[in-house]
Every structure is written in C-alpha cells, then in structure tokens.
Design a protein around this ligand. Structure first.
Ligand code: IMP
Length: 432
C-alpha cells in the first residue's frame, strides 16, 4: 500500500478537486503541503458543491484527518471565512479533524496589499505576473527571508512584538518605495491578536502526527495545489507561483521523509489551460480556444478570470512526468473534446529553426518555441458520463492511448464528468 501524492501536471486547474475527493474517500489523512488560498478546488459530493481554497479536501468527509503542512502559507482571515462558509453548508470543521502545523508562515493583510501594489504598478505584461493577489508571493518571500510570523508565534505574546518590528522594517521600506502609506506596529499586533484564539486550537506538531499515522499504516493523501508549470523552479519562471508545486515538496512541506511518498498521480487535462500571464505554446486565440473555454467552463474558481485555452501539449506533460516522478495520470475533461472533427496534439517544439523535445528553461526561449502538431481524427459519440472503456468511442480510446505513449505514463483514472462516479478506474493509486 502506498501513500499518494496528487499534483497538477500542467498550469493548474486540471480538475484536481474531483480526483482528490475520490481518493480522500479511500484515505485516512489528507495533507496540503504548499500554496495557500490561491488554490481553488471544486468538489461535488452527493450533488452538493463545495469550493475550497485553503482547506484540504478531506474536510468535507467525516472521519478523515485534514492537515495544513508547514509548506503552506496560511491566511488566518481566509481560514476563518472558509470555515464559516463550510459551516453554513452543514460541514463542521473542528480542531479534532483539522491540524495546522505550528511552523506554518502566515499571510497577513500587508502581504495581500503588497501583492496588489506590485501587480498594479506592473504596467505591461513583461513584468505583470497576473497573480491571484492573495499575498502568496510576498508571504513566501518573508518566510525565506527569515522574518515571517508563524502560527506558533501567535502563542508567544512576549516575542511577537519583536517579530512584527522586524517584519515592518522590511515592509515599510517597500511600501515607501512604491508610494504607499506605512503600516503601524499596533495595526499588525491588533490583526494578529484578533485571530489568535481562532487559530491556536488547531495548531499541532504535524511532523509527529504524520510519523505516527505512517507507522500505524494509515493511508496518507498529499494534495498538491496549482501545477508543475507553475512551480517556482520547474515552471515558466517568472510567471509562476512562489512555491514548489512538484511532488518532492510533499515531503519537505509536511515533515515526512521522501520514502513516505509512494504513488505520484499527475492530474492531466485532455487539453491545456492557464490563467495569468506567461508563455503558452499551444494557446489557441481563436474559435477553438473559445470552444474549449465555453465547453470546459474555464473560469478560475478563486478569481473568476477567464482561462486561456489550447491543445494538449505532450512536451509539457512529459516533462512533468519526469520532474514529479509521476507513475500514472488521472485524465480529466476528455468530454470537452467530444464532437470535434479533428484534434491536435503538440508532440515537440521548434526553437529558432531547431527541433527540440523539451521546454527550455529561459523565459526568452519559452516565448519563442513553436509547437509541432500531430492531427488526430475526432469522435462523433460522447465520452461524457462513461464508466467503462467500452462506453468510449474507439477514436477517443485511440486519443487516450496516444497521449499515454507521448508522455510516457499510463492512465490510472479517467474522469468523464464532474460527478464522482463518472470515473473509469484502471489502477487504484493506494493499492499500487
Ligand atoms: P500567485 O500564486 O497568486 O502568486 O499567482 C502566480 C501565478 O500562479 C498566476 O499566474 C496565477 O494565475 C497562478 N495560479 C495561482 N494559483 C493557481 C491555481 O490554483 N490554479 C491556476 N493558476 C494558479
């Protein structure tokens, strides 16, 4: 039996919510290990729709332990709001069922403001990242800069003022530089004290809990957010998020050893989307892109932004398979391609006239690569709601088999609608 890490193998929004929910039913513990409330996971359970941004997907299921690991940046206000929203939907979140690592860095209002100031100041797409404006980047900067306020600091009112001072020295210099008013020490102290009582009951030694659970043979699901191409190291830098989104981060971001990571499942959309700025070789700024966006309901869960859409890019997913150690993929949204006469798949690039089979690391080269396409015949029947391979049109099976071959990883799960039961299981990642 393996523990399972779920990662996005493209630019996020691959449909992780449904797969994670399906897997969380089989797991004992669900762990978030990176990112923050920039994520948007939509779960449909018994016909009810839940939209989660910060909380692990396990929270909507009774009897599961949910964990926010140290690799997450944690906005206490977003947390309180999400817990209240779930409560209104009849889902109770309690300190017995949810643990937050004591060494998790906080996102404060000054981080959110700085994120917005910078995006507003970036007047052209050369410097604008198109962030979710949730303060994710600035919070990670403070963590790495060793001046973050962490969850455990809320419990130590003696040293907290010193930590706030150090943080403000840095932030007020930045704010002055950007032409914005400084923040006062009292305002930040008030902000922290106002949330402390709501957060501290959830605080725990997460590495120890996970060690005990692992030794007891419980099944752990590590729930990645965003996608591989948004990884701070392996993505389309600088148009990325500020965390490592790859599977290896599941270990460092929660406090388990790499050996505890068993099966890596890459969630993969049957075409490609991205939100925000940055290179996107197979983007279709035409009626095909419009068709995919409309049929696929491609709007961000967090910001409502329209997603950019394009053909499946096997180069990117093949690279994601390598850098994550993806053992199998969950292929989602195949039904969006139903009825197309022909479907294109990018199998390689041309860079300055030369054929290459990888995404180059430099920003300039990423912007210049030209996709090389293969054209496959589409299918007339529908794949929506299929629950076995026999339900799929022959040409759709061909498309799936071809993708497996191009990316070098097999399909473990095939999702054919947002409903959880519309899933074809090939390999149960926990049993592999
Ligand atoms: P940030 O994570 O808010 O700093 O945004 C950095 C980049 O990551 C932007 O292009 C965002 O659109 C993108 N991003 C962040 N979270 C998600 C997500 O959950 N899905 C898709 N894109 C995301």
């Amino acid at each position: 039996m393996a523990n399972v890490v779920v990662v996005g193998s493209q630019w996020g929004d691959e449909g992780k919510g449904k797969i994670v929910d399906w897997l969380s039913e089989r797991a004992d513990v669900v762990v978030r290990f990176q990112g923050g409330h920039n994520a948007g996971h939509t779960l449909v359970v018994d016909g009810k729709v839940y939209k989660l941004s910060l909380l692990p997907s396990g929270v909507v299921r009774q009897g599961k332990l949910s964990i926010i690991g140290n690799g997450v940046v944690f906005d206490p206000h977003a947390f309180v709001a999400e817990v209240a929203k779930l409560k209104a939907q009849g889902v109770g979140v309690t300190p017995e069922r949810l643990k937050i690592a004591e060494n998790t860095a906080l996102i404060l209002s000054l981080h959110r403001e700085l994120d917005g100031f910078r995006e507003d100041a970036a007047t052209n797409s050369g410097t604008k990242i198109g962030t979710t404006r949730r303060g994710i980047g600035p919070a990670y900067e403070d963590k790495v800069g060793r001046r973050a306020v962490r969850v455990m600091d809320l419990a130590d009112l003696e040293t907290l003022p010193l930590k706030v001072d150090r943080l403000l020295t840095h932030h007020n210099a930045l704010r002055r530089g950007l032409g914005h008013a400084e923040v006062t020490h009292d305002a930040i102290m008030r902000e922290l004290i106002s949330v402390a009582d709501e957060i501290l009951p959830y605080m725990d030694r997460v590495w120890k809990i996970l060690d005990d659970k692992r030794r007891a043979g419980e099944r752990i699901l590590f729930e990645g957010a965003q996608g591989t191409l948004l990884d701070i190291d392996h993505g389309t830098y600088p148009f990325v998020t500020s965390s490592n989104t790859v599977a290896g981060q599941a270990a460092a971001g929660s406090g388990v050893g790499p050996g505890a990571i068993g099966y890596v499942l890459g969630i993969t959309k049957a075409y490609t989307t991205r939100v925000g700025e940055g290179p996107f070789p197979t983007e279709q700024k035409n009626e095909i892109g419009e068709f995919l966006g409309t049929r696929g309901h491609e709007f961000g869960v967090v910001t409502g932004r329209k997603r950019r859409c394009g053909w499946f890019d096997a180069v990117l997913v093949r690279q994601a398979v390598a850098v994550n150690g993806i053992k199998g993929i969950a292929l989602t949204k195949l039904d969006v391609l139903d009825g197309l006469d022909e479907i294109k798949v990018c199998t390689g690039y041309r860079l300055d006239g030369e054929a290459i089979d990888y995404l180059p690391a430099s920003q300039g080269a990423q912007g210049r690569v030209e996709p090389v396409y293969e054209t496959l015949e589409g299918w007339k029947g529908t794949t929506a709601g299929a629950r076995s391979w026999n339900d799929l049109p022959a040409q759709a099976v061909k498309y799936v088999r071809h993708i497996e071959e191009l990316i070098g990883a097999p399909v473990a799960l095939l999702s054919t609608s947002p409903e959880r039961d519309d899933t074809i299981l090939v390999t149960d990642p926990f049993q592999d």
